[in-house]
Write a protein that binds this ligand. Structure first.
Ligand code: G3D
Ligand code: MG
Length: 173
């Protein structure tokens, strides 16, 4: 039997305070949701292994605290990143505006980085200010609380960077 290739990839979660970055990571990695105080200081790194028909993916998930993203994101956080998940809270539309306002420079500098926009907290009432434009720019909507679409959101990002790797003819490594 052919040995499967083991590949390592790193993704970053960015977004305003309390949009659910840590909860999404926890739901994806551990399949649980805790209402306890989960506030993140600095960066919280989680690991998950995903096996497909062709390879074993060792995924490192960097969940970055808002306190860091208020300032510049340290280069070391970005080093070797393969994908970016930008998270906002569907019940607080200003958290979407924060993504565009705070990360604009960063996103321009890293425009080739596979990126998805996630609207989290589908279990809550959507902010009435949420317009069609934001809706269209959202790749996927999730609830870290119920688990709805959480795996699919991470899979969407994984598909994006794996597809980019394949397009660029990169060897899996
Ligand atoms: P952050 O890591 O982006 O700062 P957290 O966000 O994951 O710490 O979540 C912030 C708060 O939102 C937490 O509540 C958490 O339980 C809640 N939360 C996260 N995701 C969801 C969701 O999908 N639905 C609902 N209803 N709540 C969610 P507390 O009360 O601890 O502040
Ligand atoms: Mg957090």
């Amino acid at each position: 039997m052919q040995n499967k290739k083991i590949i390592r990839r790193k993704i970053l979660l960015l977004g305003a305070y309390a949009v659910g970055k840590t909860s999404l990571t926890q739901q994806f990695v551990e399949g649980t949701f805790t209402q306890e105080y989960l506030s993140t200081i600095g960066v919280n790194i989680k690991h998950k292994t995903i096996e497909s028909d062709d390879f074993i993916l060792n995924l490192l998930i960097w969940d970055i605290a808002d306190i860091v993203t208020h300032q510049n994101i340290p280069d070391s956080y970005l080093q070797g990143a393969d994908g970016l998940m930008l998270v906002y809270d569907l019940s607080r539309v200003n958290t979407y505006k924060r993504i565009t306002a705070e990360y604009q420079g960063f996103l321009l500098k890293n425009h080739k980085m596979p990126t998805i926009v996630v609207g989290n907290k589908t279990d809550l009432e959507v902010d009435p200010e949420q317009g069609d434009m934001i809706d269209e720019l959202t790749n996927i909507k999730t609830s870290a609380k119920t688990g709805d679409n959480v795996d699919q959101a991470f899979q969407l990002l994984i598909d994006k960077f794996m597809f980019k790797n394949a397009l660029e003819g990169n060897q899996l490594s």
